[in-house]
Structures are given as C-alpha cells and as structure tokens.
Design a protein around this ligand. Structure first.
Ligand SMILES: Cc1cc2nc3c(=O)[nH]c(=O)nc-3n(C[C@H](O)[C@H](O)[C@H](O)COP(=O)(O)O)c2cc1C
Length: 214
C-alpha cells in the first residue's frame, strides 16, 4: 500500500465503512436490491422516491419525483397518469433517467433506459391495492393540466365518490410504466472526493462493468 493511501486511511476512520465497490458482483439488479435494502435499513427518508427525467426535442427536459413501486423482471416500475406532462413526454420519447440519492449512506444511483407501459392487468392489480381515497384522487386529478380553482379538484373528487359508491375501477388514463435499464451507475461517496463510481452498461446482450473517474 502506498504511503499516501496508508495516511489517507488513518486520517479517515470512516474510509472502510463505505461499500467496497469491488463487491458489487456481476448482476446490477442484485446490487441495486442490496443497496435499496440498505437504504431502507439505514432509515433513509422516502428511500423509494427517485427523480424521473423525461425529455422531448420540442419541450426539452423535465424532472419530478415519483415512487419506485417494484423491481420486477429486471424492470423498474412506477405509476402515474398517462396524460400527464411526463406521460406525454414518454409517449413521444421513451428514453428516461432515474436518480436516487441516499445521503445517509453517501450513495447516488443513476439509471438510464427506455420505458413502456405495464399491462392493464398489472395496473389493475396495483390500483385495486390502493386506498379508496387514492383511487378517487386518480380519477379527480387531470394531472399536469391547468386547474382553474382549487375547489374544482374537491368537486371532482366528490363527483367520483358519488359515481363509484362501491368498487372504484382504474381510470383508463392511469397506470404503470416499466423502465428497462441500459445503464446503472453506483456512486459511493468517499473523503477527499475519492468517490467510487461503478457503471454497468448493457451491451451486446450482456452487462459490462466499468469504473469512472469521480
Ligand atoms: C415524494 C413524492 C412522491 C411522488 N410520487 C409520485 C408518483 O409515484 N406518481 C406520480 O404520478 N406523481 C408522484 N409525485 C408527484 C410528481 O412529483 C409530480 O408532481 C406529478 O407526477 C406531475 O408531474 P408532471 O406534470 O411532470 O407529469 C410525487 C411527488 C413527491 C414529492
């Protein structure tokens, strides 16, 4: 070990507490699941919230937070309104990025990929698991379109509450998207900006792992 590295380790007692990124293994989804579980165990606030960025040539880029609901068949699933700004943008341009930040662990996870809608059955099952108020909210909100006055949202909510006294069906404009990753980057913060960046890139049907300068 170099003299400098020896001193660095002595000066930064926390150096070895961080993940040794060489231990990520060869499957990025297994590594993702482990980091996600560790974020939850570490008490990260809203560990499943991520920044979703979408873009079109006409409108440019836009970002917002959504919740990751599931990692299924190696695809990242979230739910939203298909007619929202993000929904329109993803229909026009299916390339998106996802960004998680878990500050307590000094970790950032950056994912790029393509998105498609999940099946109606999958969306139905998830919608049916939601509380009644959330279901009515999905009907009441014309997400991203202009709301003339706040009361209109309440009135719409009450209207659907009366319209669906029993089971609330899933609105046709509401459902899930699944993101198929083409790149997944694991970033572990280290002292003195000697951060570790490991990027898995999907290339010729296999995941390749490279390291990047921080
Ligand atoms: C913590 C948090 C979680 C959110 N989760 C979702 C979500 O899962 N789905 C969703 O459609 N919007 C969610 N939102 C609201 C979005 O950030 C956004 O305001 C909304 O989807 C409209 O975005 P758009 O106009 O860009 O389409 C969440 C917001 C926050 C702050």
């Amino acid at each position: 070990m170099s003299e400098w590295l020896k001193k660095y380790r002595e000066n930064h007692a926390d150096f070895d507490k961080g993940e040794s990124l060489t231990d990520l293994g060869s499957n990025p989804f297994t590594a993702f699941s482990r980091w996600f579980d560790e974020a939850v165990q570490n008490g990260e606030v809203e560990a499943n919230a991520f920044v979703l960025s979408t873009a079109t040539a006409e409108e440019g880029v836009s970002s917002r937070i959504v919740y990751l609901k599931e990692l299924k068949d190696e695809r990242f699933v979230f739910y939203t309104n298909y007619l929202s700004q993000k929904g329109r943008q993803m229909a026009a341009h299916p390339h998106v990025s996802m960004l998680f930040f878990w500050p307590g662990l000094q970790r950032q996870l950056r994912i790029e990929g393509t998105v498609e809608k999940v099946s109606g059955e999958v969306s139905d099952a998830y919608f049916a698991s939601r509380p009644r108020e959330s279901q009515l909210g999905a009907w009441a909100s014309q997400q991203s379109s202009e709301l003339a006055q706040a009361e209109d949202l309440i009135a719409a909510f009450e209207k659907y509450d009366r319209q669906f006294p029993n089971e609330v069906p899933r609105p046709p404009h509401w459902g899930g998207y699944a993101i198929q990753a083409t790149s997944i980057e694991f970033w572990q913060g280290r002292p003195s900006r000697l951060h570790d960046r490991v990027v898995f890139q999907f290339h010729e049907n296999t995941w390749k792992q490279i390291r990047k300068n921080p």
